[in-house]
Design a protein around this ligand. Structure first.
Ligand code: NIG
Ligand code: FE
Length: 411
């Protein structure tokens, strides 16, 4: 057994795994002067130092020296597998082009797809593994990863196989999402319906048959996949038992949320453009609302109206959207800062959105997302933070010094 002793503040203790909403989103339970026990990779006990149990077996000690302990962060929306960064487009945007204008000129997602086509599966894996290791040091200890830079059957399967290898090579929970409907390849420009046929009739059956995806996704947006096309994909995936998490309302509100609510979609993500009807439909549906403030920051587009979602009792989640086009960072410490500074979330609200709510959105809240007996011994230690407020306050930094995954110190 491993016992963490002299914990200054132990944050994120929960007595149930439910997502937090409304006023409860700001509630974070904390023990001061605490210990925490790990056994067989799980949390076996915790309490106040003054109540520390007698030695009953071999115990190793890890002195936290008055530092802070948190449950690990969870990133429920990433495009971690990609071939290359897209700095040229970044500079084009600085010169005045918009994200959509760049995409219309063949840049954007199609640019990433061309680069991915030219890269071997091994090299893609090595690159993604390197990125993931860096993220774990920043405190990301469970992650969702999408395909979507393949855009043909073989390349989509190649991406999903890379995600499968990441699952096999890392101890943290990883969920994979099939995003064949990320953009229309040039070949189908004049016949987009044929590409949707390909997704539904060829890609999805192969993905399911090879058990390569936990979820399905689509970029439901003007100029990308229409509400009807997205619904077709969602319904076909449901026949195969795959739930959907969808990119919606990034640039336009055009009925995607209503369709998602009707079809039992698990989460709607982005939500930068929200009408009152969208908000009410989302609130009634029970779907998770995922905000991606690093994308808003990088593209200089509106932020998700987080306060409105909180007041409407939507289970709000924060994620990085790590991808080479709209959010080239997976650093959730920075996402935490952006959520507070631009969306006026309280540090506690953003913390819950990055931990217990994100765990629920990935359907792994029984394993991770909070400090509770039986959950994975996956936690973060900070020696420099004074309280939860320190993390978003020191924007651009990571105050995480040590990361334990399943009871082992990994970073
Ligand atoms: O979530 N919006 C669609 N997909 C990504 C961007 C992908 C890209 O530009 O490569 C996003 O922002
Ligand atoms: Fe995304």
């Amino acid at each position: 057994m491993l016992r963490l002793i002299n914990i200054g503040k132990l944050y994120g203790i929960t007595d149930n795994n439910s997502p937090k909403t409304g006023n409860d989103l700001a509630v974070v339970n904390c023990l001061e002067h605490a210990y925490l026990d790990f056994k067989h990779g799980r949390i076996a006990g915790f309490g106040l130092m003054k109540d520390i149990p007698e030695h009953t077996e071999n115990i190793s000690y890890h002195d936290v020296k008055n530092g802070i302990v948190l449950p690990g962060f969870i990133d429920c929306h990433t495009h971690l597998v990609f071939a290359e960064s897209r700095e040229n487009e970044f500079v084009d945007r600085l010169k005045g082009l918009s994200y959509q204008e760049i995409a219309e000129r063949g840049g954007g997602i199609l640019n990433s797809a061309a680069k991915l086509a030219a890269m071997s599966e091994d090299e893609l894996f090595e690159n993604a593994q390197h990125r993931l290791q860096k993220l774990i040091k920043y405190g990301t200890t469970a992650i969702e990863i999408k395909s979507g830079y393949g855009l043909n059957t073989e390349a989509e399967l190649k991406m999903l196989r890379v995600i499968k290898r990441l699952k096999e090579n890392n101890a943290i929970p990883i969920k994979s999402t099939f995003l064949g409907a990320h953009a229309f390849p040039a070949l189908y420009k004049n016949n987009p319906e044929q590409y949707v046929d390909l997704i539904v009739n060829e890609m999805l059956p192969r993905v399911v048959n090879e058990r390569l995806a936990d979820y399905v996704d689509a970029f439901c947006e003007q100029g990308y996949f229409s509400v009807e096309q997205t619904e077709r994909i969602v319904q076909k995936a449901a026949e195969y038992g795959l739930k959907a998490r969808l990119h919606v309302n990034q640039f336009n509100s055009f009925g995607a949320i209503e369709m998602a609510a009707k079809n039992g979609v698990l989460s709607v993500e982005h939500l930068e453009e929200m009408t009152q009807t969208d908000l009410e439909t989302l609130a009634e549906s029970g779907m998770y609302g995922v905000a991606l403030p690093a994308c808003s920051f990088f593209l200089q587009i509106p932020y998700t109206p987080a306060r409105k979602l909180i007041l409407a009792n939507v289970p709000l989640v924060l994620a990085s959207d790590f991808n080479p086009g709209s959010s080239p960072t997976g650093n959730l410490n920075f996402v935490w800062s952006l959520a507070c500074i631009y969306m006026k979330m309280l540090p506690e609200e953003a913390f819950n959105a990055l931990t217990i709510n994100a765990a629920n959105a990935l359907e792994i809240a029984d394993q991770v997302g909070s400090i509770a007996i039986g959950k994975k011994a996956t936690i973060l230690i900070s020696h420099s933070a004074a309280s939860l407020n320190s993390f978003p306050y020191h924007f651009g930094e990571s105050l995480i010094n040590e990361v334990f995954v399943d009871g082992y110190l990994v970073g």
